[in-house]
Design a protein around this ligand. Structure first.
Ligand code: PAZ
Length: 372
């Protein structure tokens, strides 16, 4: 009933406002159309999912780009990270006018990608279309519109037919820093950008990209920060015309095949988002047990910009009587994260520094274990 549906929607990580927008959109359908909401989710395995849901039209083209780009990174001896970022939509009908969405702006992913690039990783930035992107995120239209700090030089008077444009002096140093790095990344071709919109696009792309990156073995890192819907509407259940039936099924748990089959030697970091901090550690531990990957980063919706917790298995030498899992909280002063400050601190800087250390130690340990 409605309660189950609501729980399902909460499970998708949708914030209330967006739900009510979607909800009211459904109510706006002319009264002759019937709206029925049922949630008795069928569990799709990854295999049955990919056998029944169509791939995005651009998949082959994207895979080709990833293949060529990866070969260059392998030749240069670089580590590669796949960063997923932003929210996924769940279309409600075949000719998509209405869809469910979630809150993610892609801040975590775009910011993290920059710090991975600074740390020497090559980055596949797989993001929701129109969400924030590395570098341009500093000049987002809503928080820091770039037109506000461009000036028109009026030498020769306002009638000058080709006046020059300059940057407001106090913004120059920041812009120069961002621009230098942006240009360097372009010149070195160390970032490849892929886009998705729906949860279906996301799943197909994730599988294809991780299979391509599996050739890198331990040098590949997966940083799954996108907010992926837990439920979807299978194509076969979408209404073409007339009544709108929303009967959602559970999105398959793709971390399991990712770890076991698609990229068995990769270092996989998933994110867990909760609204109750108490649940972060038990849920992160459950995910590690269930999927067998390397790290879960837990974050609370309202505190995510200044505190996160790393949860991983305790693989140390004295683990016989010690805890099975270890937790490591990363915290920064919330006052330093306010947008508008002269010098802001981004928690992603510390997250990436910690992950680079962990990835390096893991590569060394795996190499050592293989030798002995
Ligand atoms: O994009 P954003 O910076 O607004 O939010 C980031 C986030 C909370 C979506 C991310 O840190 C996260 O937890 N992703 C996984 C969400 C989940 O599916 O549990």
């Amino acid at each position: 009933g409605a309660k189950d549906w609501w729980n399902g929607v909460k499970g998708m990580g949708i914030v209330m406002d967006s739900v009510w927008i979607s909800w009211s959109a459904i109510h706006l359908i002319p009264s002759c159309h019937c709206v029925r909401m049922i949630t008795e989710p069928t569990s799709f395995s990854a295999e049955s999912y990919f056998a029944t849901q169509p791939p995005p039209a651009t998949l082959e083209h994207d895979v080709q780009r990833v293949r060529e780009w990866t070969q260059k990174q392998v030749a240069a001896g670089r580590r590669v990270v796949l960063v997923t970022s932003g929210g996924t939509t769940v279309p409600l009908e075949l000719n998509v006018v209405r869809f469910l969405d979630n809150f993610s702006a892609g801040t975590r992913g775009a910011t993290s990608a920059e710090y991975f690039l600074k740390a020497g990783y090559a980055v596949i930035f797989m993001h929701r279309q129109f969400s924030l992107q590395p570098f341009s995120r500093h000049y987002s239209h809503s928080t820091n519109p770039f037109l506000d700090f461009l000036e028109i030089e009026t030498d020769g008077g306002s009638s000058n037919p080709s006046p020059r444009i300059s940057v407001t002096p106090e913004k120059r140093a920041d812009l120069l820093e961002v621009l230098k790095m942006y240009k360097a990344v372009h010149a070195a071709e160390t970032m490849l950008t892929l886009t998705f919109v729906t949860v279906n696009d996301y799943l197909w792309l994730l599988r294809a990209v991780s299979q391509e990156l599996s050739t890198l073995g331990r040098k590949s890192l997966y940083y799954l920060a996108a907010a992926v819907s837990d439920f979807f509407l299978p194509r076969q259940k979408m209404s073409g015309k007339g009544s709108l039936h929303i009967e959602m099924d559970q999105v398959p748990k793709i971390l399991k095949p990712m770890v076991d089959e698609w990229t068995p030697d990769g270092y996989i970091v998933s994110f867990k988002l909760e609204t109750d901090t108490e649940l972060l550690i038990p849920k992160a531990q459950a995910a590690l047990e269930r999927y067998g990957h390397q790290v879960v980063i837990g974050n609370d919706l309202h505190q995510r910009k200044f505190q996160v917790v790393f949860v991983s298995r305790n693989n140390g030498s004295n683990t016989r009587d010690g805890p099975q899992f270890i937790e490591n909280w990363l915290r920064i002063d919330p006052a330093l994260t306010h947008p508008g400050l002269e010098q802001i601190k981004e928690i992603e800087e510390d997250i990436i520094a910690e992950l680079v250390k962990k990835h390096t130690a893991w590569i060394q340990a795996q190499t050592q274990a293989n030798k002995s």
